[in-house]
Design a protein around this ligand. Structure first.
Ligand SMILES: [Fe+2]
Ligand SMILES: [Fe+2]
Length: 285
C-alpha cells in the first residue's frame, strides 16, 4: 500500500464494499430504515470518494492505461496472483477481517452452489485480482470504488457526485455534455472508464474468458449503470445483453461475504484445476 496515508483514507479496502452493501441492502430483506447516506457514511469512505471523484479524469485514466495496459509489469500464474493478493493486509480489526482469498472463494462457492457453469465459478474466483494494484503502490482511490465513464458528464446517480465539482474535467466543456467525447450508443468498449481493479483485470484476463465473464470482471463496480441505469445512452445492443450477466454476478459479489470460514486447503485442489482449465501456467500482468 502506498505510504502516503492521505491518499489512502480507508483502514481496510473492504470498507468500500461494506459501504456498497449498506447502500444496496440485500433484496427481500426488510429494510430496517431508509439510510441517510449523506450523514451516515463513515468519514473515511467519504474521504475516499472525494479523492476518487476529484482525481479520476480523462488525463489520469489515459496515463494509467499507458502505464499498466501494456501488461509488462510481471508474468505470473493466476493462482500466484491469488496468493499475492492474499498478502494485502489492512490495518483494521483482524477478528472481523477476512483474507482476500476468502472473499474470492465465498463468491465462487456461492456461484458453484447455484449450479452455474465453470467459467462463471472461475470468474467469481478471480474477479478482484486487479486489487493487486494496491500492492504495487497505487492509491486506494485508483484501485477500488464505483466506476464511471470519464470524458462525458458525471451522472448525479454516482454516489457523492458533488465531489466531481473539483475534478479538472468539470472545467472542460467538451467533457461535460451528456455524450461528451462519445457518440450515442457507441458501445462501452469505446468509452474510457475510471481507472481501477476492474478495467485492469479485464485486460489481463480477457483472452481466456467468455464474453459474459469479461463483462462481469470489467463492469462489476459500475454501479451507476448496473444498479442505477444512468448510462444507457452510451451502451449498444451487446452491452445491454451482457449487462444481464453483470447484474446476475453482482449479488454473488456483494452478499456472499460471511464470517463463516471456508476450508481453503480442502477447496484449493478444485480451484487449482479450474484455473488450469482456462489459463496457461503464466499470464502477463
Ligand atoms: Fe471488485
Ligand atoms: Fe468483489
Amino acid at each position: 500500500m502506498s505510504p502516503d496515508s492521505s491518499q489512502n483514507p480507508l483502514t481496510d479496502l473492504d470498507h468500500w464494499e461494506e459501504d456498497l452493501k449498506a447502500r444496496y441492502p440485500v433484496p427481500d430483506k426488510p429494510h430496517e430504515q431508509f439510510r441517510d447516506y449523506e450523514h451516515t457514511t463513515r468519514p473515511s469512505v467519504r474521504e475516499f470518494y472525494r479523492l476518487n471523484h476529484e482525481q479520476q479524469c480523462v488525463d489520469f485514466v489515459r496515463s494509467k492505461r499507458d502505464e499498466f495496459l501494456p501488461l509488462q509489469k510481471t508474468r505470473m500464474g493466476v493462482w500466484e496472483a491469488i496468493e499475492l493478493l492474499n498478502t494485502l493486509v489492512d490495518d483494521s480489526d483482524p477478528d472481523i477481517d477476512l483474507p482476500q482469498i476468502e472473499h474470492l472463494m465465498q463468491t465462487a462457492e456461492a456461484i458453484r452452489a447455484d449450479g452455474h457453469p465453470r467459467w462463471f465459478v472461475l470468474t467469481g474466483l478471480i474477479h478482484d485480482l486487479g486489487k493487486i494494484l494496491c500492492l504495487w503502490g497505487e492509491p486506494q482511490w485508483a484501485v477500488v470504488g464505483d466506476t464511471f465513464p470519464v470524458g462525458c458528464a458525471f451522472s448525479d446517480k454516482i454516489v457523492l457526485s458533488q465531489f466531481f465539482a473539483n475534478n479538472p474535467d468539470s472545467q472542460r466543456p467538451e467533457y461535460q455534455s451528456e455524450l461528451g467525447i462519445y457518440e450515442e450508443h457507441c458501445g462501452l468498449d469505446n468509452v474510457l472508464m475510471s481507472w481501477g481493479h476492474d478495467e485492469y483485470l479485464y485486460y489481463v484476463t480477457k483472452d481466456y474468458l467468455p464474453l459474459e465473464g469479461q463483462y462481469m470482471i470489467r463492469y462489476h463496480s459500475f454501479y451507476p449503470e448496473h444498479r442505477e441505469r444512468a448510462y444507457g445512452h452510451l451502451m449498444n445492443e451487446q452491452d445491454r445483453e451482457m449487462f444481464e450477466w453483470v447484474r446476475k454476478f453482482n449479488p454473488y459479489d456483494l452478499y456472499t461475504k460471511s464470517t463463516n470460514r471456508l476450508d481453503i486447503d480442502k477447496l484449493r485442489p478444485y480451484y487449482q484445476e479450474l484455473v488450469a482449465e482456462f489459463f496457461p501456467a503464466e499470464i502477463a500482468w
